[in-house]
Design a protein around this ligand. Structure first.
Ligand code: PLP
Length: 441
């Protein structure tokens, strides 16, 4: 009899008792391939000995020192590593304990930045429909997923949403990617003007949309146009790399592939690799200077920010991510995963699109391939796929509401970067069988 309020009260979960490499074993002795890294978290697999050792060493030194009294070598080291890796223009780090905290901190940072520079009228946040930025009140309000927001809407702060960059469904036939990017840019600019250009503080977007769309990257030039518009109106660009960052798409930061540098970036998930809860906001010199030359403090903070053991785990994870074999394996195995999915599912009448970058791939399920008509949401195809996959020893990350927050289903794959070719093939085989069983059930 559990005393935990589990995510879903009606289902009985298996008990995870061990993790090794890319697999998790439950108390019944069943082993599951972690094809989704949980929720795109376990980038180095489970029980990585070097990360565990780094945590143990730190525990032997100091486990906790409140950040209003002390800094620590390990937190400073992690910040140095992240800035060394980040594109030029991202110069400082604010450490937190997860993705939602990172997004909340970035929003408050944006707001305080404008207060510091004497533009306290700026208050509007614009984000995109079909995005996910976390579950705390500010992050949930920023996200554009109708289902997640619905019952909490009356208590969410005001935010505004424009279209996502979702070529599979929204790029019109005959429209070029450039023209599509331009159409979306015009929509953003119109929204800014509608709200009052000097009252908008930030535009928030995931470079590659994860949970809500299933590994949907932008068309070329989209983020360049977004950056230009933000610059034109003096609006901060916040890119949320909580899911797609830390090497998931084959580069440490997904935004490196877009040729833009935002003012603020949020990271989490793969940063701690599941070994510790940790997240961060990376910020530009300009934002930092506004605080440093202004009030001299960022009016924020949580008890566990900059936690030394979390920083030790993340520092080791980041060091491993930069080893010469790791990103090439993400790209190589990512290509293999895409090719495997294409060949196993490309002809399926129920698979509309297979997409993604690196080891971040999405499969969109449809009832009719030609019209892209989704399944009736009452069939809960995504839940069925999860169940069928688990029965076949595969963890994947299916989600509903892909099209509009209610209709549509997709499956997200985000396996650990240490994955080997035969394991990629097993994921494909098991997922194909699970999708087949789910749509036939
Ligand atoms: N931002 C993005 C893009 C995410 O995918 C998530 C979680 O899935 C979050 C923020 C929230 O992160 P967390 O669940 O660690 O609070």
């Amino acid at each position: 009899m559990t005393k935990i309020l589990h995510r879903s009260i009606s289902t009985t979960l298996p008990r995870a008792v061990a993790g090794e490499g890319i697999c998790i074993t439950d108390s019944e002795g069943r082993t599951y391939i972690d094809g989704s890294g949980g929720a795109a978290v376990s980038c180095l697999g489970h029980n990585h000995p070097e990360v565990l050792e780094a945590m143990k060493v730190q525990m032997g030194r100091i486990s906790y020192a409140h950040t209003s009294f002390f800094t620590t070598d390990v937190a400073e080291q992690l910040a140095d590593q992240l800035i060394e890796l980040a594109p030029d223009g991202l110069d400082y780090v604010y450490l937190v304990s997860g993705g939602s905290e990172a997004v909340e901190a970035a929003l408050k940072m944006a707001r305080q930045y404008y207060v510091e520079i004497g533009q306290s009228q700026r208050r509007h946040i614009i984000a995109r429909r079909q995005s996910y930025h976390g579950n705390t009140i500010g992050a949930l309000a920023t996200g554009g997923n109708a289902w997640r927001r619905a019952q909490f809407k009356p208590i969410l702060p005001e935010t505004h949403h424009v279209s996502p960059c979702y070529a599979y469904r929204d790029m019109q036939s005959g429209e070029t990617p450039e023209a599509y990017a331009e159409r979306l840019a015009v929509e953003l600019e119109d929204k800014i003007i509608e709200l009052g250009a000097d009252e908008v503080m930030a535009f928030v977007a995931e470079p590659v949309v994860g949970a809500t769309l299933g590994a949907v990257g932008p068309v070329a030039d989209y983020f360049k146009r977004v950056r230009q518009i933000c610059d034109k109106y003096g609006i901060l660009l916040i890119l949320d790399e909580v899911m797609c960052g830390m090497g998931r798409t084959g580069t440490i930061f997904a935004l490196e592939q877009e040729g833009v540098v935002p003012d603020l970036v949020t990271i989490a998930k793969g940063l701690g690799g599941g070994f510790q809860p940790i997240g961060a906001v990376l910020l530009s010199e300009t934002v930092y200077r506004a605080f440093a030359d202004g009030s001299g403090l960022f009016q924020h903070g949580h008890t566990y920010i900059g936690h030394p053991i979390a920083a030790a785990a993340a520092s080791k994870v980041v060091e491993i991510l930069t080893r010469p074999e790791v990103m090439p394996n993400v790209l190589k195995m990512g290509d293999r995963l895409q090719a495997g999915l294409d060949s196993a599912l490309g002809q399926s009448p129920y698979v509309g699109d297979i997409r993604g970058r690196g080891l971040f791939r999405g499969v969109e399920i449809v009832a009719d391939k030609d019209t892209k008509q989704p399944f009736d949401p009452a069939r809960k195809i995504h839940s069925m796929i999860r169940k069928e996959a688990m029965q076949r020893g595969l963890m994947c990350y299916p989600m509903g509401g892909t099209v509009d927050g209610v209709h549509g289903d997709h499956v997200l794959l985000a396996p650990p970067y240490i994955i080997q070719p035969e394991q990629v093939d097993l994921i494909v085989e098991r997922l194909a069988a699970a999708i087949d069983a789910a749509v036939k059930s």
